[in-house]
Design a protein around this ligand. Structure first.
Ligand code: NAP
Ligand code: F7E
Length: 343
């Protein structure tokens, strides 16, 4: 019997890491993930994977580690001997990167280089393929629309600058050392597992809680920005496809549509039977020193070479998230009511 393929995912407990782990387990991979130490549990998005093995021989293993600790990453890569490494870990919040520029540089930028270096060492004795989670934020103050793999970068935040650094290091490790390393330039992608500090999830979480009487107002920043929003579960398939192709390459992954925060608000609040104009207030603390006003991706290369295409529409995505968060809010209300009855 052949050994299962082995994957290592940094950031396995994040939105994308959890969907990617599910996908790889369903394909029979042995999946190893890195989580960092925290004073509370952070594995809520992957806990179900321990209980529901997708196939007889698939297995999930979680290791403590941190993108700040290069020695630990090298040790883990040597110990696990993965066939594929997906570097998804990052300080991934753009506005917070203005508060923590050096930390963001160290984790999101230099952290990727630490992974590449660990992979380069392994690649001397065993072939390994590396996926780097690059971002549409690298296009920043965009120099052309739509953005493709050929669009020059114009980063507008410490986060985007760190991702540009990681992008170029990935290309350089490919060219200098022959490492099979790919950049997925993913545009915004969302899901019911999206972190609650990102605008889509913040909106759907609030819509549900307001509907259930658990919250009164929603405070937001710039409502005019436009993003190309896709579905995270579909985007992790593109990551996997990149590492299955014969040649390493860089790919834009996007829907080819752009929508404003206002449009997302319309659908999310309408889905729970409310009008957002009655509840949303602007709080300048959510403005950014420099804003990315418009992102719109052209994923033709991924369609032509990988056969990847998005399926989920913008409206369906916003509705899916709003419905999921309404159910969460209903549960939260019921728990509160029960605890009031018991006390
Ligand atoms: P996410 O939900 O924020 O997940 C990031 C993960 O990285 C979390 O599990 C986090 O751990 C982990 N992490 C943070 N700092 C770490 C460190 N120092 N060492 C080890 N792990 C660390 O992000 P996502 O939305 O899944 O995105 C995945 C990747 O794609 C990120 O690199 C992001 O920058 C990039 N990206 C995302 C999008 C998007 O729209 N979602 C688009 C383009 C690119 P904790 O759980 O402990 O915080
Ligand atoms: O902001 C505006 C904000 O934080 C989207 C990350 O996954 O995608 C993500 O970065 C827009 C911005 O995502 C609030 O000013 C208004 O214009 O949801 P976001 P992002 O900055 O686009 C890229 C591709 C990544 O790579 C990143 O890792 O929404 N906005 N009011 C707000 N944003 C937030 N967070 N909170 C607000 O209250």
């Amino acid at each position: 019997m052949t050994e299962p393929r082995r994957a290592l995912i940094t950031g396995i407990a994040g939105q994308d890491g959890s969907y990617l782990a599910e996908l790889l387990l369903s394909k029979g991979y042995e999946v190893h993930g890195i989580i960092r130490r925290s004073s509370s549990f952070t594995t809520g998005r992957i806990d179900h994977l321990y209980q529901e093995p997708h196939q007889e021989h698939s297995k999930l293993f979680v290791h403590f580690g941190d993108l700040a600790d290069g020695q630990c990453l090298t040790n883990l890569v040597q110990e696990i001997q993965p066939d594929e490494i997906y570097n998804l870990a990052a300080q991934s919040h753009v506005r917070i990167s203005f508060d923590m520029p050096l930390y963001t540089h160290d984790i999101t930028g230099a952290g990727a280089l630490r992974i590449l270096e660990a992979a380069r060492q392994l690649n001397k004795t065993k072939p390994v393929r590396v996926y780097q989670a690059s971002s549409s934020e690298m296009f920043g103050d965009v120099l052309e629309t739509p953005q493709t793999e050929a669009t020059p970068f114009r980063p507008c935040s410490p986060y985007a600058c760190a991702k540009v650094f990681a992008f170029h290091q990935t290309v350089n490790y490919r060219e200098a050392y022959g490492l099979f390393a790919c950049n997925g330039i993913l545009f915004n992608h969302e899901s019911p597992r999206r972190g609650e500090q990102f605008v889509t999830r913040k909106i759907t979480r609030a819509a549900g809680r307001i509907r259930e009487g658990l919250q009164e107002k929603l405070y937001l920043g710039n409502l005019e920005a436009k993003r190309d929003w896709g579905y995270a579960k579909e985007y992790v398939e593109a990551m996997w496809l990149m590492l299955q192709h014969d040649d390493p390459n860089d790919f834009v992954i996007a829907t080819g549509e752009t929508h404003s925060i206002r449009e997302f608000l319309d659908i999310a609040f309408e889905s729970v039977g409310l009008n957002w104009h009655d509840y949303v207030e602007i709080d300048p603390q959510y403005y950014r020193p420099t804003e990315v006003n418009l992102l719109l991706g052209d994923a033709s290369k991924a369609k032509d070479i990988l056969g990847w295409e998005p399926q989920m529409t913008f409206r369906s995505l916003a509705q899916l998230m709003a419905e999921s968060d309404l159910q969460l809010a209903v549960n939260e209300r019921l728990v509160r009511e029960n605890s009031n009855t018991l006390t």
